[in-house]
Design a protein around this ligand. Sequence first.
Ligand code: GLN
Length: 248
Amino acid sequence: MCRHLAYLGPPLTLRELLFDPPHSLLRQSWAPRDMRGGGTINADGFGIGWYPGGAGPVRYRRAQPIWSDPTIAELAAVTSAGAVLAAVRSATVGMAIVDTAAAPFAEGRWLFSHNGVVRGWPDSVVPLAAELPVRDLITLDATTDSALLWALVRHRLRAGVGPARAVAETVTSVAAAAPGSRLNMLLTDGHTVVASAAGHALSVRVTPSSVLLVSEPHDDEPGWDEVTEGQLVQATATQVRQRELAAW
Ligand code: GLN
């Protein structure tokens, strides 16, 4: 299962955020601690989305291990942002390994990532997919469960549903259609971040001026809290709210 991360706070270089910590996202790509049986390493691609100077987002996505791309290491050292969403991917068996299957998925200000799997793919979610406009279905980023989940969330956002509810409703409806699915999602517009704990690990670290949501803590320092299964977190850099998924 992929590992993902979202950060809001004072600008950091991508290197400080993703490469330098002792158990960084880079390290989690080849030595994750908590994959819960979903693969062993995250070598099928990676993606980073960030908001340079508050503009953007800009994305860098590749279908190769993050450790094998010297370009991102160079860029990360000189690129700073106060809002970042990043992921390393372990493709579910049978799913495409292409640049566009790597999170984050994007539209306008939004960036999205999914950590997990839709059980019974694709048949289990055909009825949910059928509710989407045909155009959305024929322009999916990739033929993967995560790309469809993004289309379902995006459809709600376009209809004016708020980000927390868009994620909560998508998790709830997919979990009902495909029981046993793992549906940890991250969604941000650079100011607010939403994260679901639905089948996979999720931890949060809050300071007075920042919030960091991660699949796995990236160091052994104090300050990490594990988010309880079934909860959804909505946060800005200075405020964090957490409730049951069904309550949003
Ligand atoms: N199932 C998704 C994919 O194959 C997400 C992968 C993951 O969390 N490992 O892209």
